[in-house]
Design a protein around this ligand. Structure first.
Ligand SMILES: Nc1nc2c(ncn2[C@@H]2O[C@H](COP(=O)(O)OP(=O)(O)OP(=O)(O)O)[C@@H](O)[C@H]2O)c(=O)[nH]1
Ligand SMILES: [Mg+2]
Length: 411
C-alpha cells in the first residue's frame, strides 16, 4: 500500500475520531477539556440503566442487601417516585441503577395491589426500550420466618408470568465455619420443592448481608447472588450492572481490559504510518475516548465528570498548558525506559503509550471506587488524581509493554 498520504493523515481502515486536530495542529487545554466532557457524557449514556425490582416482607433485609451489593443506599439517595401503591422507583443519581423497592410489602391484599401495579408497568414491556424494562427481580425470604405462604408462592409465579426472572433469596442466613444453618437449608429445600420458576437454576440463593455482631455469623453469598443476577440480566443491561455493583471489581477490570485493548488496536493503526512529533496530537482523541469509557465502566459518578475532564486534560498534555505534540514525549518520559528514540512515533510506540495511559487510568479509577463516597468525591476533585496517575505511570507494571520498542534508555 504505497499510497502517499498527506502528513499526519491516517492510512488503512482506521476510524478517524471526531475532534482529531488537523495535521500539524495541537489541541489546547480548553479543546481537550471540552472533548473529555463530551466523551464522558457519551460513555455514561452508553452504559444505560440496570433496573432491579426487590420484593419481600418488611424487615426481610431488602435495603440492606441492595446496599451491600451496590455500595449505597439507593432507596435513600435515589430520587424516589411512587410507581404504584407499595412500589417506589428509585433512580440512583449516577443514572446506571434503577431500583423498584416494595417498602413495607406484605403478601395478601397489599401484594395483589403491587401485582396489579406491576402488571400495568410491564404490560408494555415488549414495546419499551430494553434499558427501561425491569431486568431482574429478587424475592427475599427471611430464613427465620421458616414459613412460606401460598400467597408468596403465587406472587413469585405471577412475577414470572409477567416475564420477570425471579431469584428467590434466603436472607439473613447464619453460617458457622462456612456451614449454613441446617434450618435455612431445609427451608430453602422446601421452597425449591414447590415447583416455582426460580431463576436462574431452580435454586434458592442463601445470603447474609451484615455481620451478626452477637453470633459472629459472617457476610456471605453476595457474590453468588450477583452471579445469579448476571445469569438472568439481558446483555443490554450488563454494562450498567457492572458499573453499578461494587462487589466484584474483577468484572469491572475485565470490561476495562477490553476497552484498553480496543484503544491499543486503534492507536497501532494510527501509528502504522509513523507519526511525526508535530502530529502527536493525533493520538489524543482515541485516548480521551478510552479514558472516558474506563471511567464509566468503573461506575465513577458522572456528577464529577467535569473534575475528571480537567484531570484527564492535565494528564494528556503532560502537565503543559497546551500542545499535544509535547504530550506524547512528556508522557513517554514518565514510563520507565519509555523515552523515544528517533523522530517519529511508530505503531508499537503509539500502542504501548496508549496501553500505559489506559492501565494507569484504570488503577486511578480502581483506587477511587475503593474509597467511601465522600472521600471518593473529594479525591476526584483534587489534584491527587493527576499525582496518582503519574505515580502509576512511573511505577510501570506497564513498562513491559515497552519491551523491544525503538527507544533509548535502559529497559
Ligand atoms: N445480621 C443481619 N441483619 C440484617 C440483614 N439484613 C437486614 N438486617 C437487619 O434487619 C433489619 C431490616 O432490614 P432492612 O434492610 O431495612 O429491611 P427491608 O426489607 O428493607 O424492610 P422495609 O424497608 O421495611 O420493607 C435491619 O435492622 C437490618 O440491620 C442481614 O443480612 N444480616
Ligand atoms: Mg427497605
Amino acid at each position: 500500500m504505497a499510497v502517499a498520504n498527506p502528513p499526519g493523515a491516517y492510512r488503512g481502515d482506521v476510524t478517524i475520531e471526531p475532534g482529531t486536530p488537523p495535521a500539524g495542529h495541537d489541541l489546547s487545554r480548553a479543546d481537550l477539556e471540552g472533548m473529555f466532557e463530551k466523551r464522558l457524557a457519551e460513555a455514561f449514556a452508553a452504559l444505560g440503566t440496570f433496573n432491579l425490582a426487590v420484593f419481600g416482607k418488611t424487615g426481610a433485609g431488602k435495603s440492606t442487601l441492595v446496599n451491600a451489593i451496590f455500595g449505597r443506599d439507593v432507596a435513600r439517595t435515589g430520587v424516589g417516585q411512587p410507581v404504584t401503591k407499595g412500589l417506589v422507583y428509585h433512580r440512583h443519581p449516577d443514572g446506571f441503577l434503577g431500583l423498584y423497592d416494595s417498602e413495607g410489602f406484605e403478601t395478601g391484599t397489599a401484594g395483589n395491589v403491587i401485582l396489579e401495579g406491576l402488571r400495568a408497568l410491564v404490560a408494555d414491556h415488549g414495546t419499551r426500550p430494553v434499558d427501561q424494562r425491569i431486568h431482574a427481580a429478587w424475592y427475599l425470604v427471611r430464613w427465620s420466618d421458616r414459613r412460606f405462604e401460598g400467597a408468596q408462592a403465587e406472587f413469585v409465579r405471577a412475577l414470572r408470568d409477567l416475564g420477570l426472572p425471579v431469584i428467590v433469596v434466603m436472607a439473613q442466613v447464619p453460617t458457622r465455619d462456612g456451614v449454613i444453618h441446617p434450618d435455612a437449608l431445609e427451608f430453602a429445600r422446601y421452597i425449591e420443592g414447590l415447583g416455582l420458576p426460580l431463576a436462574p437454576n431452580g435454586r434458592v440463593v442463601h445470603t447474609n448481608a451484615l455481620v451478626d455482631e452477637f453470633s459472629g455469623a459472617p457476610v456471605f453469598g453476595l457474590q453468588q447472588l450477583l452471579d445469579a443476577t448476571y445469569e438472568v440480566v439481558p446483555e443490554v443491561a450488563e454494562r450498567a450492572l457492572t458499573a453499578a455493583q461494587v462487589l466484584d471489581i474483577g468484572r469491572k477490570k475485565k470490561v476495562v481490559a477490553g476497552i484498553v485493548n480496543q484503544a491499543v488496536v486503534i492507536a497501532a493503526g494510527i501509528g502504522a504510518t509513523p507519526i511525526p512529533f508535530t502530529d502527536a496530537a493525533l493520538l489524543i482523541p482515541n485516548q480521551v475516548t478510552m479514558i472516558a469509557r474506563i471511567t464509566a465502566a468503573y461506575g465513577l459518578p458522572p456528577s464529577r465528570s467535569r473534575a475528571m475532564a480537567a484531570a484527564g486534560s492535565i494528564i494528556l498534555t503532560g502537565g503543559a498548558t497546551m500542545a499535544g505534540k509535547y504530550a506524547v514525549t512528556n508522557l513517554m518520559k514518565l514510563v520507565p525506559g519509555g523515552a523515544i528514540a528517533g523522530s517519529a512515533i511508530s505503531a508499537a510506540v503509539a500502542a504501548s503509550l496508549t496501553k500505559a495511559v489506559g492501565l494507569a487510568w484504570s488503577r486511578v479509577c480502581e483506587y477511587a471506587v475503593s474509597l467511601p463516597d465522600d472521600q471518593r468525591d473529594r479525591f476526584l476533585e483534587s489534584g491527587e488524581v493527576t499525582q496518582k496517575f503519574v505515580g502509576f505511570m512511573k511505577a510501570g507494571g506497564v513498562a513491559s509493554a515497552f519491551g523491544g520498542l525503538g527507544r533509548k534508555g535502559g529497559s
